[in-house]
Design a protein around this ligand. Structure first.
Ligand SMILES: C[S@@+](CC[C@H](N)C(=O)[O-])C[C@H]1O[C@@H](n2cnc3c(N)ncnc32)[C@H](O)[C@@H]1O
Length: 308
């Protein structure tokens, strides 16, 4: 599969970003790095809206792509990484008043960035955290960045959970900060899944998410965030109405009577019965409603049939 670059050079920015060649910026041997023109496009955008010399911060610079781009564009830049002894989660940021903070988070659990680090630093590597710890850390860093920077760009992938058939989505679960300027879809040209061909039902992930947030935070101003997503177990049956439940049960019955329907409800929608003190009356009333709507006909007293 190949989709050629939509816009080969820095410049045009659309909500679909495709940069097939990673370009001269950063260390191409560094796993999980990004093409410098992704940052270049964001910087050009900021320049177009009047921030002529954006002050850029990348606290997880890895192979130093951001550093190289800013050097090339002659922009003020501060960069760090756990490999330079800096922990983005717990340490103070190096400065404040940034125009753009680039947060290219580790690909949780997929790439081990810390094996070459001393033991005490390894446990600070975000990709080794549990999922819940990771999302809390990402949210914390997003908010911290918002308090230090007018714009914050977050680049994250979706992680396929091996053997389970679903993904974990950082962008969905993390805290959003300020207002989203745009949510970009970025093609992952360097991802394994883009190169391999898969058999069977596996759906390869070939895109990632780039979010550009505007906080415009000024000392004494207001900073708003959309909190991190929370999991709740819900009672799915509560979202299925009595009418739908009775219709569904009735479709499989030869003799549609209040008793046979109630039996079917007991098997297929047990939670509905926990929510009523008078299940017989509820079933009878629902059958009458379905008769009035023309879904059922009354054959004889107390016995219904499906209307054809
Ligand atoms: C996806 S990579 C960034 C790649 C980078 N944009 C580049 O151009 O190569 C994520 C980076 O986060 C760093 N990292 C992981 N945990 C960290 C932490 N707690 N503090 C600072 N950096 C961390 C990793 O060392 C890695 O370099």
């Amino acid at each position: 599969m190949q989709i050629k670059g939509l816009n080969e050079e820095f410049g045009d920015l659309t909500t679909l970003i495709s940069v097939p060649d990673r370009g001269p910026f950063g260390d191409s041997r560094y796993r999980g790095n990004y093409a410098g023109s992704v940052l270049g496009k964001l910087i050009f955008h900021l320049q177009k809206i009047g921030i002529k010399e954006p002050y850029v911060y990348d606290p997880m610079e890895g192979g130093k792509t951001s550093r190289d781009v800013c050097g090339y564009m002659n922009l003020p830049y501060v960069g760090a990484d756990i490999h330079a002894g800096f922990d983005v989660v717990n340490d103070d940021f190096h400065d404040t008043g940034f125009d753009l903070t680039m947060l290219h988070y580790p690909y949780w659990n997929m790439i081990d960035y810390a094996s070459d680090l001393p033991k005490h630093m390894q446990q600070l590597d975000m990709s080794r955290m549990s999922w819940k710890q990771f999302i809390a850390a990402v949210s914390h860093v997003n908010i911290k960045a918002a308090a230090h920077s007018r714009y914050v760009a977050v680049l994250v992938g979706d992680m396929v959970v091996k053997g389970k058939g679903y993904i974990r989505s950082i962008q969905r679960e993390m805290a959003w900060i300020g207002v989203p300027v745009r949510h970009f879809t970025k093609l992952q040209h360097n991802a394994m899944s883009f190169r391999k061909s898969y058999r069977g039902s596996f759906i390869p992930v070939v895109t990632e998410h780039l979010l550009l947030f505007k906080t415009d935070y000024r000392p004494g101003g207001q900073l708003w965030i959309l909190g991190s997503g929370q999991y709740h177990r819900i009672d799915a049956d509560a979202y299925v109405t009595w009418k739908t439940a009775v219709k569904h049960v009735a479709k499989d019955l030869h003799h549609i009577t209040p008793a046979s329907v109630l039996n079917g409800i007991r098997t297929k929608f047990p939670v509905k019965l926990q929510k009523t003190q008078t299940p017989d009356a509820t079933v009878r009333r629902t059958l009458q409603e379905l008769e009035a709507e023309g879904f059922l006909n009354r054959a004889v007293r107390g016995v219904y049939e499906l209307a054809s």
